[in-house]
Design a protein around this ligand. Structure first.
Ligand code: PRP
Length: 210
C-alpha cells in the first residue's frame, strides 16, 4: 500500500481550523470540502485517461480525457458525505456509490447499515472518501466490499489518520490483493483508548452534522 501525506501549507492551515474545537459546523463543512479538493489533486495523479483529439483556434492537437469506465467515488456515511461535493467537483463525470458504516463506540467494531454501490466495479478505479482513519476497521471492511464487486484499484482519501490505523490497513491490504493507495492530509500522534485520533479533530460526523 502506498501512503501519501499531502504536506502543504494550505492543507495544514485548513486542518488547523478544522481541528479547533471552536470551529462551528458551517465552517467545519466548508473546510472539509476545501480540504478534499486539495487532497483530490494528489489522489487523482494516477487517474486513467485516454488520448482525445481536439482543434484549438490555431490547429489540431491531442489532449487527454478520463478513460472509460469512469471512476467511482464512494463516500462512507455519514462523515464521508462532507467530502463528496469537493471530490465530485474535481471528477464531475465519476459515478457515486454509497456505503453506510458505523463503529460501536464501546467495542470499536464496525458494521455496515447501507450499501448502494454500482452492481459491478469490474475494472474500475474507486475513490473512497472518509475524513478519519482511526482503528482502520471501517476502511478495511469498505475495501472488502469494493474488491468483492470487482474494483481493481482503490484510493482512499482521508483528512487525518492514526498511525495504528494505517498499519492495520496496510496489513489487511496484503490479503485484499488489489493495489491500494492512501492519501491523507496528516498522520497524527496516536489513537487513544476510546479509539479517537490524538490530537485529531473529535468526531467528524458530529461536527459536520450535529
Ligand atoms: C467515523 C469516521 C470513520 C470511522 C473511522 O465514523 O468517519 O468512518 O469512524 O473509524 P475506524 O478507522 O476506527 O473504523 P463513525 O463510525 O463515527 O460514523 P459517522 O460517520 O456516522 O459519524
Amino acid at each position: 500500500m502506498q501512503v501519501h501525506v499531502a504536506d502543504h501549507p494550505l492543507i495544514n492551515h485548513k486542518l488547523t481550523y478544522l481541528r479547533d474545537k471552536r470551529t462551528d459546523s458551517p465552517t467545519f463543512r466548508r473546510l472539509a470540502e476545501e480540504l478534499v479538493t486539495l487532497l483530490a489533486y494528489e489522489a487523482t495523479r494516477e487517474v486513467r485517461t485516454e488520448a482525445f483529439d481536439i482543434e484549438t483556434p490555431v490547429g489540431p492537437t491531442t489532449g487527454i480525457k478520463l478513460a472509460n469506465p469512469k471512476p467511482v467515488i464512494v463516500p462512507i456515511l455519514r462523515a464521508g458525505l462532507g467530502m463528496l461535493e469537493g471530490m465530485v467537483r474535481l471528477l464531475p463525470s465519476a459515478e457515486v456509490g454509497f456505503l453506510g458504516m458505523v463503529r460501536d463506540e464501546e467495542t470499536l467494531e464496525v458494521s455496515a447499515y447501507a450499501n448502494r454501490l454500482p452492481d459491478s466495479l469490474h475494472g474500475r478505479q474507486v475513490y473512497v472518501i472518509d475524513p478519519m482513519l482511526a482503528t482502520g476497521h471501517t476502511l478495511v471492511m469498505a475495501f472488502e466490499f469494493l474488491r468483492d464487486l470487482g474494483a481493481d484499484d482503490i484510493t482512499a482519501v482521508c483528512l487525518i489518520a492514526a498511525p495504528e490505523g494505517i498499519e492495520t490497513v496496510r496489513e489487511a491490504v496484503k490479503d485484499i490483493g488489489i493495489p491500494v493507495t492512501l492519501v491523507v492530509g496528516a498522520i497524527d500522534d496516536h489513537l487513544n483508548d476510546q479509539g479517537y485520533i490524538v490530537p485529531g479533530l473529535g468526531d467528524a460526523g458530529d461536527r459536520l452534522y450535529g
